[in-house]
Design a protein around this ligand. Sequence first.
Ligand code: ZN
Length: 248
Amino acid sequence: MVEPLLDGIGLLGPLDELFPDTSAEAWEEYSERYPELLSEDKWRLPILCFLVRAGGRTIVVDTGAGPKSLWLDWMPEPESQEGLLSDLRAHGVQPEDVDVVFLTHVHIDHVGWNAYEDGTPVFPNAGYVLHEEALAAARRRAGRTHIDRGILGLEDRIETVRDGDEIAAGVSVVPFPGHDDGHCGLVVGDDAVIVADAVPHPAQYDHPEWRFGYDEDQEAAVETRRRILAEFGDRELWCSHFTKGWRR
Ligand SMILES: [Zn+2]
């Protein structure tokens, strides 16, 4: 029910700055387990979106880093010029087929393909759905290109949701606070949960206590990871920066 879509691959790091409490020795096991996530001392960061088909609706969860005009200096390795869109087409989905674009939060690597450079929505028939606190965060960040283009320029298409709302039959919004204001995931059916950036690196399924420098509230993020493992640890978990589902 959850199909990963790859928008591109970034290079973030070095790891000892991103995860300041985690020693090089502690990383060794995970460098062996996930060699595709490492390039020297940096995190080779896949930027994922997800396709969810449920209740007759076609849902795209997050829209990646977007067109080159939005890329930051850590987006050096694009799979193609339009990673998300070509991957969607490979799944038999055209942009006009998408009913819902669900945004887990408003960071730059999650809203990139919301709109083209001229402001035209990439998904012409979709409602763009995000948590009301994430929209409030976007309003506070007005003036940033990805926010103005991808969120504030689309306000007539934006729909906000609250914790627990269902966006399609069997697909409901679950708050995963800590990473960014209004950050949330989706419970998809009985067996899958999109955790997005609540678990940025899969090593944190083993080590939820590893702090991540880009988490806005690091205490809350640790608490959220523990809660995900306690509540949903028996399901398939999908994070936004690992191409495979994770199972205990
Ligand atoms: Zn992210």
